[in-house]
Design a protein around this ligand. Sequence first.
Ligand SMILES: NC(=O)c1ccc[n+]([C@@H]2O[C@H](COP(=O)([O-])OP(=O)(O)OC[C@H]3O[C@@H](n4cnc5c(N)ncnc54)[C@H](O)[C@@H]3O)[C@@H](O)[C@H]2O)c1
Length: 300
Amino acid sequence: MSGFLDGRANLAGKVAAVVGGGGGIGAGVSLALASAGVDLAICDIDATALAETQSAIGAKGRRVTAMTADATDEAALDAFYDTVERDFPRLDILVNVAGGTKRQFLSEASRADIARDIQRNYGYVIQSVQRAVPLMKRSGEGGSIISFTTIEAHRGAASFSVYAGAKAATTNFTRSMAVELGKDRIRVSCIAPDTTLSHGNMAAMPPSFAEGFMKLPPHVQGKGMEMYIPRREQPPVDALADAVLFLGSDLSTFVSGMTLHVDGGTMAAAGFLDWPFGDGFVPTPLAGTLARLYREGDEA
Ligand SMILES: NC(=O)c1ccc[n+]([C@@H]2O[C@H](COP(=O)([O-])OP(=O)(O)OC[C@H]3O[C@@H](n4cnc5c(N)ncnc54)[C@H](O)[C@@H]3O)[C@@H](O)[C@H]2O)c1
């Protein structure tokens, strides 16, 4: 039985392409779309995850095409979109999930590191959108393009500078395409996560970070997130998938060129922290907290 929201969302019977749709956050997005009645074309660099997600989508009764592809390889992207054109009569939704980085100061980055971060966070998005748009125009009904960016596109991010710059470029490319494609009723938007547990999120940090974290007592492990995220918990993959459902559906028909921040409030907090001992969200700890954290003679 179809409910009020199903009718308003109008997702059933649509077709989506998800780049990076095989594993982790991408799998969450693909499966949520499939559960909403959307048929899918997915590609991913991880063949194992891709095969698992392909069969999970099939088990939901949706049509699915899957291709192992590195989104930064133009020939692979061509092959993926050729398949989308061949296998589906229409394309309504494109989600560019693939992206990533590793923590590195610019002084440590090689030319290859820099080129890779630009390509996997901005370059391929242009190529993917350019290939998807003619397919989206075929139905004459418009569509929705959604690219994953990050909170780092909206603040200075030391040791993530190339990633931050590339994602900011994707953000403004998105605004520009929203204007360019408005007449075709194609909406173009970004989703900016902050910190969601994923393979990519862990791979961005040095191995010593995860090792050090695991050595902390369990009651201390969550404290950093509680200080940092106003909602006091990390957004799960489903929270990002729900944002895709909104932006991909008719519920967001007049939303275009915008970034949806799915971060539990960290963008709004803008660097204010919920310091320990009850200070609330403030830019620096209050005097009593400072006195408890640091005693005279302590090392800085
Ligand atoms: N996880 C977070 O906390 C976080 C925070 C901010 C932004 N983001 C953004 O969200 C998106 C997904 O995040 P993630 O990387 O942490 O999720 P993830 O590790 O779950 O990766 C999603 C999928 O993308 C695939 N993928 C990665 N690079 C690819 C490539 N070059 N070609 C094809 N597939 C590729 C992976 O194999 C995986 O299946 C990225 O664009 C990332 O920059 C994530």
